[in-house]
Design a protein around this ligand. Structure first.
Ligand code: ADP
Length: 558
């Protein structure tokens, strides 16, 4: 039997129209200085500006599924692009400004971007890349730039013109007849994984996947009109966790830090804007909590912060909760999953502060409705959801990619590598862990980071979490290194807090009783900083190569 329901396509334009009319007076707030001062724009104006941008892009020849790129911080104009480009039927590609130049050249060309919107504060470095970004025809600059930069942007032969963002919008109509007949399954936007090996791989989100994902994340987090969401997670990384779209749907205020991402300006922005919630990777919150401890700004408006992208050390969660009464919500996901797959919200009835409560809180989280999962053990068999059995996690669902974006230029090896990420219609996450009966995911490692010692697995993440719980330690990253007797053993690299002192032997004693005796690292290296990837995760690839080059001073305990 057919249903009797209407089925208009789920489109980004309906998110834009809903947010800009129903929540017309809500705002996007953009930080403008290190003291946390900010400019604001209502969602009604975001709606008008989005219409103007769409008209302007049509004028530059953007049609069909042409790609429009951004090279921007989190700010109001980036939000406008996030809404306008998909709404008109084109595809938004937010470039990760922190990628290596050759990766940026690769993804811009691979995606076939034709127009790019660049923040003025990034225009200098961008102009150096531009001669290599040969698919681009137009550059739109957000904010004033000096003559030399403008000239450099216009210099490459393939660039037809350089425009000023608001100059281009001026005089354009403030409404747009957004196409209603778009297929909800067509691409709205794309993101590339940061590519720890080989070229970054592209994921193309659909209008439908974004719509459903935003709704599911918003529901799980309980985001509402009173929320003021500090979006530290960049709009160019992992689809910004769906925050821009879910705030427009929920009528929550978006607080955008622009380029002011250090702990001090963030704390001031939080204080001035009475932020209630936010999202970012652990390194951002780690810096913030140290600042809060020392300077004690008034952050009493904050109820909870979402953390994901890499494992959140339990000590960090405790620090926020115990010292600042801020709940940290742990989440797990991937660019390939739009990105959110789980959120760690304990089941109702679990007593706050109990052991069970903390087990739930420190887990990667509970599967969102819509995300199906299974665990595949080392022998290829499906593992039970008993919280013990460990396997590689595979997932499927309406906001999980079924393939990577290919344009026909990929080598056979790349095609094989991309195909190998899928298994009978499931995405292989590359993450290893267990699932509890009630759908909580506990990751023990990334498949490639797990340390194989004498036939047993050691979780690098467990060791890191325990080491980082030591008060003298700021950061710790553990990698597997070759060992004659055991095949591989853990090497703990540690960053000690300024003014503090701790020895390898003391740290090892500290770990005793917290992890199995045979897992205690005998190799230790004190370093100034853990190298980070473009999106702020511990970069173990760099650590491994430093170790291989003999660049790490390693102390060995017997
Ligand atoms: P990239 O591939 O560019 O680093 P992604 O955000 O897509 O960016 O990376 C996804 C991976 O990040 C996951 O497969 C997982 O290994 C890791 N990750 C994300 N969230 C968590 C978390 N809460 N705990 C542990 N690992 C996480």
């Amino acid at each position: 039997m057919d249903s009797t329901m209407q089925s208009p396509p789920l489109l980004i334009s309906s998110i834009l129209e809903y947010g800009s009319t129903i929540h017309a007076d809500q705002e996007v707030v953009t930080c403008t200085d290190t003291d946390g001062s900010a400019r604001r724009m209502t969602y009604a104006e975001v709606g008008r500006r989005s219409a103007q941008l769409a008209h302007a892009l049509r004028g530059l020849g953007i049609e069909g599924d042409n790609r429009v790129a951004t090279f921007m911080w989190n700010n109001a104009e980036h939000l406008i692009a996030y809404l306008a480009v998909p709404s008109m039927g084109a595809v938004l590609h937010a470039l990760n400004i922190r990628l290596f130049p050759q990766q940026l050249v690769y993804i811009t060309t691979h995606a076939g971007n034709e127009v790019v919107i660049v923040d003025n504060t990034l225009a200098g470095p961008f102009s150096q890349l531009l001669p290599h970004l040969t698919t681009l025809r137009h550059v739109i600059v957000n904010g004033p730039v000096d003559d030399a930069t403008r000239e450099a942007l216009g210099a490459p032969d393939h660039i037809e013109a350089v425009h000023d963002f608001y100059g281009l919008l001026e005089g354009q109509p403030e409404s747009y007849d957004w196409p209603r007949d778009l297929d909800e399954n067509c691409a709205s936007s794309m993101c590339y994984t940061s590519g720890t090996t080989g070229n970054p791989k592209g994921v193309a989100y659909s209008h439908r996947s974004n719509y459903l994902h935003s709704g599911a994340v918003g529901m799980a987090l309980g985001v509402g009109q009173g929320d003021r969401l500090l979006t530290v997670v960049p709009l160019f990384h992992a689809n910004a966790w769906g925050f821009p779209y879910l705030c427009m749907l929920a009528g929550a205020t978006l607080v955008m830090p622009d380029r002011f991402l250090q702990a001090e300006p963030l704390a001031r922005l939080i204080e001035r804007e009475k932020v209630t919630s936010g999202g970012g990777v652990p390194t951002i919150w780690n810096d913030l909590v140290r600042y809060l401890d020392e300077h004690r700004p008034d952050v009493s408006s904050v109820q909870r912060l979402m953390v994901g992208g890499s494992a959140c050390p339990p000590a960090l969660m405790r620090a926020f909760q115990d010292r600042h009464d801020i709940e940290i919500i742990h989440g797990w996901g991937m660019t390939e999953m739009s990105p959110v797959g789980t959120l760690a919200i304990p089941p109702a009835g679990v007593e706050e502060g109990s052991d069970a409560y903390w087990r739930y809180r420190t887990a990667q989280g509970r599967l969102l409705p819509g995300v199906e999962a299974r665990l595949i053990g080392p022998d290829g068999s499906e593992q039970p959801w008993d919280g013990e059995a460990v396997g590689e996690l595979e997932v499927r669902g309406p906001w999980i990619t079924a393939s990577y974006y290919a344009n026909g230029t990929e080598s056979e090896a790349e095609r094989d590598e991309m195909a190998a990420k899928f298994h009978d219609g499931w995405l292989r996450t590359g993450d290893v862990g267990a699932l509890t009966r009630d759908g909580f995911l506990v990751l023990t490692d990334r498949a490639k980071d797990v340390i194989k010692s004498g036939g047993e697995w050691i979780s690098s993440v467990d060791l890191e979490n325990e080491i980082m719980a030591h008060p003298a330690v700021v950061e710790a990253s553990v990698i597997g290194v070759p060992d004659e007797k055991w095949g591989e053993r853990p090497l703990a690299t540690v960053v000690v807090a300024e003014g503090a002192e701790v020895s390898a032997a003391e740290l090892r004693t500290f770990l005793e009783g917290k992890v199995a005796h045979w897992q205690l690292p005998e190799r230790w290296s004190f370093i100034d900083e853990v190298p980070k990837t473009s999106v702020g995760k511990f970069d173990k690839k760099v650590l491994r190569s430093r170790f291989a080059q003999g660049e790490l001073a390693v102390e060995r305990l017997d």
